[in-house]
Design a protein around this ligand. Structure first.
Ligand code: GCO
Ligand code: MG
Length: 403
């Protein structure tokens, strides 16, 4: 058996902050896992170092399911983003180790490829509709089959999803939270105009997506879904905050626009009612924030029973380790839908050399044994952690709102 002899947490900021776990076995095999929780990176690092790593030493690295159950049930305090990101990092690292020992890419261990690659969506954004369309045309040119559209809202200084940089989007931008201002009525006017312009410019062969980022009430979300129907969006995402799961029934009653939810979910229990009641079409939970490959596979299996497909979160605050793990799972499961792909910076890619590659609008995890991704620890050390928060959001009268 490959015995776990050491594990360490690496917190580094190559372009943005990442928390990474590296596990080492007595035969010298190593595995990596991503434990990044945006704006709360050190909480997971401490959870791993203080409370998880001591329990791992001496265990058989092959017993992935048993270790998962040990960490989940053994903590007594179940679920939550910090706990589940920590368990996820261990889980990813153990799958990586198993694959390396077997000499197989992880997707082979999960049943083998069910498709040629994982369709991804790119991110087109701009201060104006015209800028966003220009960016979207660029993605179309590069072969993307699916594009997320976000644009600035006239009369508002900043909008979720709209970046300063043409290629890279990074909302965690300050060592104390930036304050944004939000107006639902201004926003609801601009999105249908954006989609109309996009269909005009891009045609009908490309999938178009949009992220509402938890900002609408159920009836406002129903209105947006209805207004976008003529443009056949692939989905609208996080239309209303998903703690209120019943709210999705109301949205459903009014629109056939597909609904995607779940990037902040931490376990199958967050997904269960939405899936079983057929209130959503795509589940966006990830291998990182929802307990690793082992648990995400369970979520996908439940979803498959109800014809719900995956559309896993893949923003830049999920490291290339998560992207690799998501692609192995996405390639293997029967009900893969789409994978978010927000490109990492050059610095991030250099610190995390990886085998996954983009071609024809799809990402493929590659055929390196294990996850096919590593961390260059010496290079990581040259990018020290610096506290960075996501913004907060207020209505125009100062009321706190969802960012
Ligand atoms: C997405 C997400 C991100 C999040 C970010 C928070 O759909 O990609 O909404 O942009 O805001 O991951 O850490
Ligand atoms: Mg989102």
């Amino acid at each position: 058996m490959p015995k776990i002899v050491s594990a360490r947490v690496i917190v580094a900021s190559p372009g943005r902050n990442f928390t990474t776990l590296k596990i080492e076995c007595d035969d010298g095999t190593t595995g990596v896992g991503d434990a990044t929780l945006n704006g709360r990176e050190l909480a997971v690092a401490a959870y791993l170092s203080e409370h998880v790593i001591p329990c791992l030493i001496g265990r058989d690295a092959h017993r992935i399911e048993d270790i998962w159950q040990y960490l989940y049930k053994g903590a007594y305090w179940r679920r939550g983003p910090v706990t589940m990101a920590a368990i996820a990092a261990v889980d990813m690292a153990l799958w990586d180790i198993k694959g390396k020992i077997a000499g197989l890419p992880v997707y082979q261990l999960l049943g083998g490829a069910s498709r040629e690659g994982c369709m991804v969506y790119g991110h087109a954004n701009g201060a104006t509709i015209a800028d966003t369309i220009e960016a979207a045309l660029d993605y179309q040119e590069q072969g993307y089959k699916a594009i997320r559209l976000q644009c600035g809202v006239p009369g508002m200084a900043s909008t979720y999803g709209v970046s300063q940089d043409r290629y890279f989007y990074e909302p965690a931008d300050n060592d104390l939270p930036t304050e944004n201002v939000w107006s639902t009525s201004k926003y609801l006017r601009v999105v249908p105009e954006l989609f109309a312009a996009a269909r005009e410019a891009l045609g009908w062969d490309v999938h178009l997506l949009h992220d509402v980022h938890h900002r609408l009430t159920p009836i406002e979300a129903a209105r947006l879904g209805k207004d976008l129907e003529p443009y056949r969006p692939f989905w609208i995402e996080d239309a209303t905050p998903a703690e209120d799961q019943e709210a999705f029934r109301l949205i459903r009653q009014h629109t056939t626009t597909p609904l995607a939810v779940g990037e902040i979910f931490s376990s199958v229990w967050d997904c269960k009612a939405l899936i079983e009641n057929r209130l959503i079409d795509y589940i966006r939970a990830t291998v990182l924030h929802a307990g690793g490959i082992t648990h995400m596979r369970q979520i996908a299996s439940l979803a498959d029973l109800y014809q719900v497909r995956t559309g896993c979160h893949g923003a830049t605050d999920l490291s290339p380790v998560t992207m690799a793990a998501a692609l192995h799972l996405g390639l293997a499961i029967p009900n893969f839908g789409i994978q978010e792909y927000m490109r990492h910076t050059v610095e991030t890619d250099a610190v995390f050399p990886h085998a996954y590659r983009f071609a024809d609008g799809m990402l493929h995890p590659g055929d390196a044994p294990g996850l096919g991704v590593d961390i260059d620890e010496a290079l990581a050390e040259t990018f020290p952690y610096a506290r960075a928060y996501l913004p907060v959001n207020r209505l125009e009268d100062g009321t706190m709102w969802s960012w």
